[in-house]
Write a protein that binds this ligand. Sequence first.
Ligand SMILES: [Zn+2]
Length: 199
Amino acid sequence: MKKNGHFLSLLLAVLCLSASAAWSHPTVVIDAGHGGHDRGGVPGDRYAEKTYTLDVAKRLRNDLRSSGYRVIMTRDGDYFVGLGGRCSVANSQRNAIFMCIHFNSAPREGASGIETYYYTRQSAGLAAAVHSRLVRAAGTEDRHVRTRGYYVLRYTRVPAVLAECGFLTNRSEGARIAGSGAYRQRLADALASAIRSRY
Ligand SMILES: [Zn+2]
């Protein structure tokens, strides 16, 4: 009888733990790079980076909300938000992760592919998950996970990852990013899947 009682309370404890784990997703702060007068990329770029970061950010927001996550956007329109303001949004949350979305540009038109950045140790796992899924979804060059002290990675106190989701300056990659909503959805789905895999 006593043994059974122990078993039941153990079972109850396990059930409670798994239930609370299921309800304790962190808030996902999605940071669409650039905006407003800050177009992103390099001067003379055919495509404005700020437009595509926001598009993928909105798609990611929709993906995550339909999976039950609370999502906050550092911007949800074409306006400027400073880097400090972006970090404050994440730092004011009790339990959050920070997903920063950018597209790359390079003087060499041949450059293409995916780079994923993180800075703090607590962000390494999410960076790896984001990177492998993005590379698979994009089917483009793997330019590796890298550590770098970008402002938004240094000054956010939560797990923070910055994804460079392809080169707008590459003729074919740029055309795919700018020309295909289905492709941008694939990128957003990859980010959502990475977040779901870790949190
Ligand atoms: Zn950028």
